[in-house]
Design a protein around this ligand. Structure first.
Ligand SMILES: *Cc1c(COP(=O)(O)O)cnc(C)c1O
Length: 427
């Protein structure tokens, strides 16, 4: 039998850090990552056969549970007909129609292969359509790893050295010129915009610095301020899209952006990103307009099959169930862990749940950075030893889905009480 430790050692010889996405390496919590062999519903099993109740759910790409039969069947059927053609297909039309129907601000949609590609291109489109260069983003929001948006980012970037200054790139290899026209503002404060701003990009619910809800008036204020100076409002709904409501955060909060970015849920666990918006803006894209964007695997037939299958599972009942599950989880974890003597808060927006060690839910990146990440790491490991997988980083969130039935949630909560008692006992 292969062990996690053996595989990690081999991985580190041939893959930088042993992983293909940094957070997976466990650097911020310490220890050896488990290598997944298979997954079903709310559970994953590693190569040693250990079972985990999984709250990672591919960082939100999975909403109906791992290996949902409908999704798997759709992918199987699609694969039998070939895996990529380089010519348009019917399912791309169906998926674009499905997005436009759910999200009315998206009159037209273009598909890409990741959330990063979606935000990168939305930015280029906003700049191309307005003829302006400046973009505004918010500290602690993460929009993928495109150069211009790697400034004071959340998620894994937040653990790199040298973060935290205006105009300083969040990564080596990003030239200062790439972020020279990126203005970083504190989340939940409506900035006063100059007339040379092309767009404001925002996570309508911040989910990459833990979970931080938009304060009442924040998203509405951004809409008004963008309109005042003729800037475009871009919602990065890569996490919130099709999850916090059928029509995403813009439906939940009643604010209509000019452009929206999607990823994760829209691909049903395969590689899909998309962005959409007003037809007159979207028609600025090649081949109709001067803003170039392309992709060999864009609108991939397996990915559109998985995405359509996943979206078809998300009816009104599903959203009600997601919300009920998330409430049970958030309330259960808070009282279990706090009851054991480790004070946590578990903010929730619809089906999204955060877990911060500390008494008060942060409202911005500063606040998120003041929470106790060391205690999060201890809790993470105490839970992992009990067969519960949280994301290995305090800036990630929990993704309860349709497979997290009450029994699963209750088991997680019970183990959380024990895990917290262990952490408190060792302090
Ligand atoms: C995950 C994420 C992205 C990047 O998507 P990838 O598919 O990982 O490139 C962008 N924005 C937000 C809000 C995300 O959570």
């Amino acid at each position: 039998m292969t062990t996690n430790a053996e595989l990690f050692e081999r991985a580190r010889r041939v893959i930088p850090g042993g992983v293909n996405s940094p957070v997976r390496a466990f650097r911020s919590v310490g220890g050896t990552p488990y290598f997944v062999a298979r997954a079903e519903g709310a559970r994953v099993w590693d190569v040693e056969g250990t079972e985990y109740l999984d709250l990672v759910q591919s960082y939100g790409a999975i909403i109906a549970g791992h290996a949902h039969p409908k999704v798997i069947e759709a992918v199987r059927a699609a694969a039998g007909h070939g895996t990529s053609y380089g010519a348009p297909t019917e399912r791309e039309v169906l998926l674009a129609e499905a997005v436009a129907e759910r999200v009315p601000s998206c009159e037209k949609v273009r598909m890409v292969s990741s959330g990063t590609e979606a935000t990168m291109t939305a930015l280029r489109l906003a700049r191309g359509a307005t003829g302006r260069s400046k973009v505004v983003k918010f500290a602690g929001n993460y929009h993928g790893h495109g150069d211009a948006l790697l400034a004071e980012s959340g998620s894994g970037v937040a653990h790199l050295e040298g973060q935290g200054h205006q105009g300083v790139p969040g990564s080596a290899g990003v030239p200062p010129t790439a972020v020279a026209e990126t203005l970083v503002e504190p989340y939940n404060v409506v900035p006063r915009l100059d007339a040379d701003v092309a767009c404001v990009i925002v996570e309508p619910v911040a989910a990459n610095m833990g979970l931080v809800a938009p304060q009442p008036g924040f998203l509405e204020g951004l809409r008004t301020e963008c309109d005042r100076v003729g800037a475009l409002l871009v919602f990065d709904e890569v996490i919130t899209g099709f999850r916090v409501a059928r029509g995403g955060a813009q439906e939940r909060f009643g604010v209509r952006p000019d452009l929206s970015c999607f990823g994760k849920v829209i691909g049903g666990g395969l590689n899909v990103g998309a962005f959409g918006g007003r037809a007159d803006l979207m028609d600025q894209l090649a081949p109709l307009g001067p803003v170039y964007q392309a992709g060999t695997l864009s609108g991939n037939p397996l990915a559109t099959a998985a995405g359509l299958a996943a979206l078809s599972l998300l009816d009104t009942e599903a959203y009600a169930a997601l919300e009920a599950t998330a409430t049970r989880l958030a309330d259960g974890l808070r009282s279990a862990i706090t009851g054991a003597g480790l004070t946590v808060c578990t903010p929730r927006v619809g089906p999204l749940v955060g877990l911060f060690v500390g008494a008060e839910a942060p409202t911005d990146f500063e606040g998120a950075r003041r929470t106790d990440e060391a205690a999060y790491a201890e809790l993470f490991h105490a839970l992992l030893r009990r067969g519960v997988a949280l994301a290995p980083g305090g800036y990630e969130i929990l993704f309860p889905g349709l497979a997290h039935h009450d029994g699963v949630v209750d088991a997680i909560v019970e183990r959380a009480a024990e895990a917290a008692a262990e952490v408190v006992g060792r302090r």
